[in-house]
Design a protein around this ligand. Structure first.
Ligand code: ZN
Length: 246
């Protein structure tokens, strides 16, 4: 089975459209590691696509806060403004869908799908030390996670945890074979708001038959997404950061 795995879409339809276009024909099922909404100006097209196309979806922290399931107090003012705007602009059917999303991890086909960390969906797995702790909670040797908006992840080889570097700015695709003896926490990166210094939309393709993971980056019309954010009256920094990938 060939999978398209996306995470942290953040209501950026321009970015998601580019990913869908570029990945077309390269996968059988799509999966989502959460944060469909929040920050971007087009939550409805993004949620509509996920509803129609993703076989498994876990919720992210922005999905909970933007649909009134969790208190806004832990969010910074910019994220809070975006969450309130999202709640006002999602259709009732999409609010209901996002509220009903599963809490990760979800196990399927020999791997897990989760948002933050296997023991806490809101926890960030940023560094090898945190990943080392997270590996202890996995029920499978391979897991896909998001939340940090940094493409790459971690490999556990029994003695230590290594960081998987993000795809080089010069390439659009970087492949990695999954060794059945090791543990993998694979972060597809963020579709809608990358924070690893590369503004291109990030995603992963995984073939469970060949055990190959392909880290991919898709260039998209960043200016159009920025214009939508400004027009919507969302905090301007949410537009500015898209061109920096920070
Ligand atoms: Zn996110």
């Amino acid at each position: 089975m060939r999978y398209l795995i996306v995470s942290d879409l953040h209501a950026n339809w321009q970015a998601l459209e580019a990913v869908v276009h570029e990945a077309a024909g390269g996968y059988d099922r799509a999966l989502c590691c959460g944060d469909l909404v929040g920050y971007g100006a087009e939550p409805n097209p993004v949620v509509d696509w996920v509803r129609a196309n993703c076989a498994v979806v876990v919720r992210g922290n922005h999905d909970k806060v933007s649909t009134g399931q969790e208190d806004l107090e832990w969010f910074n003012p910019v994220a809070r403004a975006a969450a309130l705007w999202t709640l006002q602009n999602l259709t009732p059917a999409n609010i209901e869908y996002v509220r009903g999303l599963a809490k990760g991890p979800v196990l399927l086909d020999g791997f897990q799908v989760l948002h933050g960390s296997p023991f806490d969906e809101d926890e960030y797995v940023m560094a090898a030390g945190e990943a080392g702790q997270a590996f202890g909670y996995l029920e499978s040797r391979l897991a896909f996670f998001g939340h940090t908006h940094v493409q790459g992840g971690f490999i556990w080889n029994h003695s230590r945890v290594e960081t998987i570097p993000a795809t080089s700015a010069r390439s659009r695709r970087q492949e990695m074979e999954v060794d059945a003896e090791c543990g993998y926490l694979v972060n597809p990166g963020s579709v809608g708001q990358p924070r690893d210094g590369d503004p291109r939309a990030a995603y992963v393709l995984y073939d469970s038959g060949t055990r190959m993971v392909a880290y991919c980056r898709a260039p998209y019309d960043v200016a159009a997404a920025q214009e939508k954010i400004r027009e919507a009256g969302l905090p301007p920094i949410l537009a500015d950061r898209l061109s920096l990938g920070r």
